[in-house]
Design a protein around this ligand. Structure first.
Ligand code: C2E
Ligand code: CA
Ligand code: CA
Ligand code: CA
Length: 281
């Protein structure tokens, strides 16, 4: 039994070492990708359910590495644990703001671009200032930008990020809580956060597909989130909308915006632009 235990330990240690080596080499390649323009932003449209119009997008990072796309969840976790996310995040911010300005002129005058922001970026304590300077330099309205933070971030370390979030909201940038319903927010806490938007996590949207699911627990959660959002006067975005029946349900339940494969996956800038101009007609 002892021998088996040792063998299992050695196997485990070897696997850990392999994983560490992989992450280190991935990190080096990721740095190179950032410097040589191999990171790209794709854009997924956001639809205003009442009017059916495209009113914004979420910017999502893509990395094409040795002919393949690396999953964002993987390379972003590597970037986060190394601190490289700060530099990548600045690049994302600038690209996304420039696109938003362009699409205000081309797609919708109130176009709003949402970006995902990691804890490491907010913990620098200078994120709000960076945004303020960028918006002034590029002559972009603060309302052209929305910042998505996850529910877990908002709950785990609220004290260190609240001042920056307040500054952002005061200057007119929207703040959204991403993946809402998957964390453990206390309602009292939520009420003290500077928030504009709740994004209902895909897991709860999926269960809205058929009327037979009326007694499903996840549907009850989606309903509760929508009720909460409307009571707190927040706008509501549903993510991962794949079927028309989901969109119909969300619309009658008072959800404001929807994004998901029903409309379009995230697309490169030029393809997004084409898609959106056609959609608006
Ligand atoms: P997220 O912010 O929750 O992004 C939504 C994810 O759902 C995206 O995956 C998107 O492609 C996918 N999705 C959109 N519509 C549908 C649908 O109808 N059905 C299904 N099944 N999936 C859908 P993606 O692009 O792989 O991104 C994964 C995560 O990576 C994001 O989750 C976000 O947390 C992170 N991420 C992406 N871009 C950035 C970035 O620029 N900065 C940071 N910090 N994180 C990012
Ligand atoms: Ca997001
Ligand atoms: Ca999300
Ligand atoms: Ca999610």
């Amino acid at each position: 039994a002892k021998a088996t235990g040792r063998r299992r330990y050695e196997w485990y240690a070897k696997k850990m070492a392999e994983e560490t080596r992989e992450r280190i080499s991935l990190l080096a390649d990721l740095k190179l990708a950032l410097d040589t323009g191999f990171l790209q932003l794709y854009y997924q449209p956001k639809i205003h359910l009442a009017s059916g119009r495209v009113v914004g997008a979420e910017a999502l990072l893509r990395w094409r590495h040795q002919q393949n796309y690396v999953a964002p969840d993987l390379f972003i976790s590597v970037a986060e644990s190394s601190g490289l996310i700060v530099e990548i995040g600045s690049w994302v911010l600038q690209q996304a703001c420039l696109q938003s300005k362009r699409w205000r002129a081309l797609i919708d005058p109130d176009f709003k671009m949402a970006i995902n922001v990691s804890m490491g970026q907010l913990q620098q304590g200078s994120f709000a200032n960076e945004v303020a300077h960028l918006l002034v330099d590029l002559a972009i309205a603060p309302s052209a930008l929305e910042v998505e933070i996850t529910e877990t971030m908002a709950m785990l370390d609220a004290d260190s990020i609240l001042p920056d979030l307040r500054k952002l909201q005061q200057m007119g940038v929207s703040i959204a809580i991403d993946d809402f319903g998957t964390g453990f927010s206390s309602l009292g806490h939520l009420q003290n956060m500077p928030l504009n938007t709740l994004k209902i996590d895909r897991a709860f949207v999926q269960e809205l597909a058929s009327p037979e699911m009326a007694s499903n627990g996840k549907k009850a959660i989606a309903d509760t989130i929508m009720q909460l959002g409307s009571n707190l006067r927040l706008s509501l975005v549903a993510e991962g909308v794949e079927q028309q029946t989901q969109a119909d349900y969300l619309k009658q339940a008072g959800c404001d915006f929807a994004q998901g494969y029903l409309y379009s996956p995230a697309l490169p800038a030029a393809a997004f632009e084409q898609w959106a101009v056609q959609w608006q007609e």
